[in-house]
Design a protein around this ligand. Structure first.
Ligand code: AKB
Length: 318
């Protein structure tokens, strides 16, 4: 019987993936962990433990005590937040991964999941249909840490047989929680403004294309990869993954079909430079070939679902 530990469970992806894991493995077999107690309210369907993944001893003790067989390590400082404190971002993103990989080797664990990102690509990467294997010269600390992390995952797989699996997520859009510290966060914030009938100020230019994905697709991709037979997972750095690709102008137009009075202004800030260094769209043919990946949502079907689900999770104040 598998016992699952989710690290960073109260984040944007964590809060949704933890629920899906509880459905698959049974709530009694999933332990959600995060730095703050706060997350308990949104994670009351399974056990919650306070855990600072930087505390290697606490991590090892919990994993051994609970007979954990799989770790989903989701804690990270994202792109925009990382630029404000690069050395802290590097330490958290790298040290925590190395703690988990060491643990996986030592015990050993059955499987590890660790997310990478489109942030591994940089200004010299081909921008359209970015291939799985190509130049990667990231210019954010987040991107540098994700690229180094991919190298470590591949290293632990090749040298020690650790079954670690990874996806390069595009920007993720979901209605259950707010993202924090990313460059793609605008694509979530815009829906919040739309349902509250407020105008939206976008921190990216109107024609700035980025790869994006609706959360149900991201959760499905993660479970599909983790449930694939070991031999099917041929890439042990991280898989390119695509859902859709759109600009701020296109998401605005998609929302306007449902909210005709919605308004937007563009005021690009430092995050524009980060967005400019990332791909417009991604070639994920290896994920399709190796473990049968296929996304379900388009921009318009995501917009319809976001606008209908969001008010229940973020009702108007007062
Ligand atoms: C970010 O914007 O930093 C993240 C990512 C693309 O990994 N959402």
């Amino acid at each position: 019987m598998d016992n699952i530990l989710v690290i960073g469970a109260s984040g944007q992806l964590g809060s949704e993936l933890t629920w899906a894991l509880a459905q698959q493995f049974g709530a009694a077999h999933v332990i959600a962990t995060d730095l703050k107690h706060l997350s308990k309210a949104t994670l009351d369907f399974c056990r919650f433990e306070l855990l600072d993944v930087m505390d290697k001893e606490a991590l090892f003790t919990l994993v051994k005590k609970e007979g954990i067989t799989q770790i989903y390590h989701l804690a990270a400082v994202l792109s925009a937040a990382g630029e404000k404190n690069p050395s802290a971002a590097w330490r958290l993103n790298m040290d925590s991964l190395l703690h988990v990989l060491e643990l996986a080797k030592e015990l050993p664990l059955e499987k590890v999941y660790w997310p990478s990102s489109i942030a591994v690509f940089g200004p010299n990467t081909p921008k359209i249909n970015t291939p799985q294997f190509c130049v990667k010269e990231p210019n954010t600390v987040y991107g540098i840490s994700k690229l180094a992390g991919e190298g470590w995952c591949n290293y632990y797989f090749e040298k020690y047989g650790v079954d670690v699996r990874s996806l390069r997520y595009p920007g993720l859009v979901g209605y259950k929680s707010l993202p924090g510290g990313g460059t793609t966060d605008y694509a979530v914030d815009i829906y919040h403004k739309a349902i509250h009938q407020e105008p939206f100020t976008c921190f990216l230019e109107e024609n700035s294309y980025l790869p994006m994905m609706y959360m149900p697709d991201a959760v499905k991709a993660t479970l599909d990869l983790m449930n694939a037979p070991r031999e099917a997972v041929k890439i042990r750095s991280s898989y390119n993954l695509a859902g859709m690709s759109f600009s701020p102008k296109e998401i605005f137009e998609s929302i306007k079909k449902q909210v005709p009075n919605f308004q937007i202004t563009y005021r690009p800030d430092f995050r524009q430079g980060i967005a400019d260094s990332w791909p417009d769209s991604i070639d994920d043919s290896r994920a399709k070939e190796d473990w049968g990946w296929s996304p379900a949502y388009t921009l318009d079907s995501m917009t319809k679902d976001m606008l209908s689900q969001l008010p229940a999770y973020f009702p108007p104040q007062g």
